[in-house]
Write a protein that binds this ligand. Structure first.
Ligand code: SAH
Length: 344
């Protein structure tokens, strides 16, 4: 990004101060905020109730970013759309649009690439390039909203990147997305998925937001988890579980545990048994994801259907709420762990 301040990442309060500095009336901040975050303007030129003089003044000091839609693929199976967006600096990110009975959901990326190194995930193969700015996270939703002409009701931060590795920008993004002056998406309809950065789960808990925390577990013991996720070398599974309990205690929000079922690796009856023990007594939800094979990692294959159902059954019998995630957009590589930095 260039040296000008990124105007779309400023809160309403900050915009008011910015207007004061330009000797403009405070209500101008409201107009500008509405252009950016409600009318989803793509450039200064669209802001017709701001004078040309003011627009020019703003342009001198502030950068107005908008994503360029570089490609869209539509799933023939379920209508899911995968978008490739070009950022101002020439990097790319992918985002996914999904339609469910209960509303429209957008899955956004939080970083260009990822440095977490989960063995089964395509998004981490090239490492981390950089964090996304709040505006770039918002813009994925805005661009898709404009392009589909429909209201987005749910946002999941489950695309490329580790959101809690980009903490400050993520927080600002959530506050702006749920701001009543903007798209006003209820925090209850926002989910942030993390591989388990313990200190930032606790920080997030202390913010007392109403968002859903999804924790990528993928193994029910320290050893199993470590074999799939390098982040487990930094935090023991017991610390991760404590952080999740803390999140629930602070926010009252039930934590979702994501568990990608990998054939012969973490899908046995013993694995299910251990998971039951790990989660016993917790108010939580388990999302079982049949692993999406990626071409670079051929040894990770999807579990057999009957093993998936047996796994789920075992959890339910122990009164642990478990669903098998419907994989959307699989034919366009739009499902979990299939998003990439580069288009291929
Ligand atoms: N970094 C965050 C969010 C991005 S990944 C996290 O780790 O949670 C979103 C979810 O997809 C995570 O649960 C992740 O482990 C899972 N995932 C990654 N690759 C996958 C694959 N190939 N098949 C199924 N799920 C996968």
């Amino acid at each position: 990004m260039d040296k000008k301040t990124d105007v779309k990442s400023l809160t309403m309060e900050e915009l008011k101060q910015a207007m004061a500095a330009l000797q403009e009336k405070p209500y101008r901040a409201g107009q500008l905020y509405e252009w950016m975050h409600v009318k989803l303007a793509r450039s200064w030129d669209e802001m017709t109730n701001l004078s040309k003089g003011l627009r020019a003044k703003l342009d001198q000091k502030y950068a107005y970013t908008a994503l360029r839609e570089a490609a869209v693929q539509t799933s023939r199976i379920d209508g899911t759309k995968k978008y490739l967006f070009a950022l101002a600096d020439g990097n790319f990110v992918e985002s996914v649009w999904m339609q469910y009975h209960h509303g429209n959901s957008v899955c956004i990326s939080s970083q260009v690439g990822c440095r977490m190194g989960c063995r089964f995930c395509a998004s981490t193969l090239d490492g981390l390039e950089r964090n996304l700015a709040p505006s770039e996270m918002l813009d994925q939703i805005y661009a898709i909203s404009r392009s589909s002409g429909e209201r987005v009701s749910n946002v999941v931060v489950m695309g490329t990147g580790e959101p809690l590795d980009n903490y400050d920008n993520l927080l600002r993004f959530i506050r702006m997305l749920s701001d009543e002056n903007g798209l006003n998406i209820s925090q209850r309809n926002i989910t942030v998925s993390t591989c388990g950065i313990v200190e930032n789960i606790k920080r997030l808990a202390d913010e007392k937001l109403q968002i859903t925390l999804a924790l990528s577990l993928h193994g029910s013991t320290q050893e199993k988890r470590r074999a799939l996720m390098p982040v487990a070398n930094r935090y023991d599974i017991s610390e991760v579980m404590d952080a999740c309990r803390y999140y629930f205690d602070q926010t009252g929000r039930r934590v979702t545990f994501e568990y990608a079922l990998v054939g012969g690796v973490n899908d046995t009856e013993e694995d299910a048994e251990q998971l039951c023990r790990l989660l016993a007594g917790m108010n939580c939800h388990v999302n079982l994801i049949p692993v999406n094979p990626i071409k670079e990692q051929r040894s990770y294959i999807e579990s057999e259907r009957r093993d998936i159902l047996r796994f789920q059954d075992k959890l339910e019998k122990r009164h642990i709420n478990a669903t098998v995630r419907r994989e959307m957009g699989r034919d366009i590589d739009g499902a979990c762990g299939q998003l990439r930095r580069r288009f291929s």
